[in-house]
Ligand binder design. Structure first.
Ligand code: ADP
Length: 290
């Protein structure tokens, strides 16, 4: 199975004519609440891709938001290992989306910041541990070390973008980044140079509507994007990561898993929302066969 350790947030989304400037108040339209957070989105995408069961370590507050996030993951058949952050609120994100599709996001990490190095349970029969950077870096590094020691492959989605210590990168088997994250990590806008300098042997770079490129040892794989009518690219990257690791855990070769992940993330772009936009395995298989 796949083990995911990471964040969960409840997203509060308001649409407005424009994103407010400092000190300004804008009147928005309605309010949408969506389960989100990179860790939870990726766990759900992994579970929907099927082929392997999905476990997740997540920290939630003892509040109604936590209950909402918990049920959305349970409904997707994610096996949860919950750290209860007593007296701390569940993670939230306040998102304003303008009519020009610009956004401004404030995240209050809350319980996600309480995920500590000692919280990772034994990984059991897991083949892969999937990590992101929305929880404390110290814990991400401790989990990567524990997985390495247990013979579990470590996959890091280095998002949100930041520089990372060699002590973490040296314990990563597969790095998944978008172009901005690669540039930040490798200190160059040149993708070929970034792949060289990332400090990880196997690297996948997602390229939005251009698909993705991967380097594994000496081999390079290019996977063009699937042509779809994109309406909302929220969680495209998360869908890609979850689907990719699900297929690798099920035994697919990297190029086969990349093709599946590109198809799954393309379908996620055709629907609004984060977790609600993640396609099922049957939908992805239909696109692959088309
Ligand atoms: P992120 O959302 O993390 O910035 P990307 O924008 O690179 O990541 O998108 C992740 C993946 O989603 C891409 O590799 C691609 O397969 C798919 N994708 C994104 N945008 C589109 C699009 N407009 N059409 C088809 N696929 C897309």
């Amino acid at each position: 199975h796949v083990f995911v350790a990471g964040s969960a947030n409840l997203d509060f989304v308001a649409r407005a004519p424009h994103v407010p400037a400092p000190g300004e108040t804008v009147l928005g339209r309605g309010l949408e609440l969506h389960p989100g957070g990179k860790g939870a989105n990726q766990a759900l995408a992994c579970a929907r891709a099927g082929g392997a069961s999905t476990h997740m370590l997540v920290a939630l507050g003892d509040d109604a938001f936590g209950a909402t996030l918990e049920s959305s993951l349970r409904d997707a058949d994610v096996q949860l290992h919950i750290v209860r952050a007593a007296g701390t609120a569940t993670g939230t994100a306040f998102i304003c989306v303008s009519d020009e599709a610009e956004n401004a996001i404030t995240v209050a990490p809350g319980a996600n910041d309480t995920l500590a190095p000692h919280h990772l349970p034994p990984l059991g029969a897991a083949t892969h541990l999937l990590l992101q950077l929305e929880t404390p870096l110290e814990s991400v590094e401790a989990y990567a070390r524990a997985a390495r020691d247990a013979g579990v492959r470590v996959v890091l989605n280095a998002a949100p973008a930041r520089r990372l210590p060699a002590s973490l990168l040296s314990r990563v088997d597969l790095l998944v980044v978008n172009e901005g994250e690669l540039a930040m990590l490798a200190g160059t806008d040149d993708i070929a140079q970034g792949l060289e300098r990332a400090g990880v042997n196997d690297v996948v770079v997602t390229l939005g509507a251009r698909g993705c490129i991967a380097r594994s040892g000496d081999a390079t794989h290019l996977q063009p994007a699937f042509r779809v009518k994109a309406v909302d690219t929220t969680a495209a990257g998360d869908t890609f990561c979850g689907a990719l690791v699900a297929r690798l855990s099920a035994g697919d070769a990297l190029d086969v898993a990349l093709r599946y992940a590109c198809a799954a993330s393309a379908l996620a772009c055709t629907r609004a929302g984060a977790q609600s936009s993640v396609p099922t395995r049957d939908e992805v298989v239909a696109l692959l066969a088309a």
